[in-house]
Design a protein around this ligand. Structure first.
Ligand SMILES: CC(C)(COP(=O)(O)OP(=O)(O)OC[C@H]1O[C@@H](n2cnc3c(N)ncnc32)[C@H](O)[C@@H]1OP(=O)(O)O)[C@@H](O)C(=O)NCCC(=O)NCCS
Length: 166
């Protein structure tokens, strides 16, 4: 596996993040909910980063990017909806199509677990995965998450909820 760096999202990441999201838009939309069309512009991504960093400052979200050795963004990972009273959060992640299959998502989820424990003092993580997303379910299982229950209304794709006590 080539070395990568996982770091907190920064306000200067707009152009690099837009490139990453545009290059992989079709790939992501095959596995996860599509973003609003307005997101795919310098302005859209700048507003997105501002919102994420504001939530980070408020202690409710921790956004990370994964960079390769050339400092190109090849993935993202987030602790979402951090609840310091419940000591819980949700994990989310996405890896560039051409960087998949090298263990990056596994590395990212392990990093999220470590940050959740050491930095945020959390005790429970959850993840929601569409049933067809076998690769994502495999990553979670490998990181110790256990399947909780399937959900989804009639006519919508079935989702699985995973949980991890830390
Ligand atoms: C799911 C995703 C995050 C996995 O990223 P990744 O860096 O390739 O993950 P890893 O390499 O750590 O592990 C993936 C594992 O799933 C396996 N896998 C992937 N797709 C698979 C499939 N369709 N069927 C069976 N196994 C599959 C891989 O072979 C690998 O297992 P291995 O290491 O034993 O070979 C990536 O495909 C992605 O970003 N998808 C789009 C966004 C997304 O789905 N995000 C998650 C939302 S819950």
């Amino acid at each position: 596996m080539k070395p990568v760096r996982i770091r907190t999202l920064e306000s200067t990441d707009a152009e690099a993040l837009l490139t990453f999201e545009l290059d992989n838009r079709e790939w992501f939309e095959r596995h996860i909910d599509a973003r609003d069309a307005a997101f795919y512009s310098t302005r859209g991504v700048t507003e997105h980063i501002t919102a994420y960093l504001s939530d980070y400052a408020a202690g409710t979200w921790h956004p990370f990017v994964i960079e390769d050795a050339g400092r190109k963004i090849v993935g993202r990972a987030n602790l979402k909806g951090i609840d310091t009273a419940e000591r819980s959060a949700e994990v989310g992640y996405r890896i560039a199509q051409n960087a998949c299959g090298q263990g990056l998502a596994t590395q990212a989820v392990k990093h999220l677990i470590q940050e959740a424990r050491l930095r945020w003092n959390l005790k429970q993580l959850v993840a929601n995965v569409y049933a067809a997303n076998i690769g994502s379910a495999k990553v979670l299982a490998r990181c110790g998450f256990l399947i909780e229950h399937p959900s989804g209304q009639e006519g919508t794709a079935q989702e699985y909820r995973f949980g991890l006590s830390i």
